[in-house]
Design a protein around this ligand. Structure first.
Ligand code: HEC
Length: 82
């Protein structure tokens, strides 16, 4: 779901598109709270939509954590860690 819906703007590998990249390096540099708030409420004045009609706040926290941990299938990052 994240890959499809978020990927339409952030790029299929979340490396950026219409929206900024959501890669681990970028996400880990930001506080969890503010990521959750952007995902849940959107960012007014930009194309980034809020997702509160589709997901719970818990889901938004989960997504933010996943992004900070590095989205699964971000091949170069996970291989470099070995
Ligand atoms: C309609 C296009 C669109 C979709 C769909 C979309 N985004 Fe975004 N998103 C944006 C744009 C544009 C921005 C940049 C807003 C700004 O200028 O601050 C953004 C910003 C963000 C940010 C803040 C990034 C930063 O570095 O400040 C996060 C986190 C984010 N989006 C997560 C998501 C997630 C998770 C999804 C899927 C649930 C999603 N977005 C779906 C367009 C989109």
């Amino acid at each position: 779901m994240v890959r499809q819906d978020c990927g339409s703007c952030h790029g299929l590998r979340l490396t950026g598109g219409l929206g900024p990249p959501l890669t681990r390096d970028v996400m880990a540099a930001q506080p969890l709270d503010s990521l959750v708030s952007v995902i849940f409420n959107g960012r007014p004045g930009t194309p980034m939509p809020g997702w509160k009609s589709m997901i719970s706040e818990g889901d938004a926290v989960w997504i933010a954590r996943q992004l900070q941990a590095g989205f699964p299938a971000e091949p170069s990052a996970s291989q470099a860690a070995r």
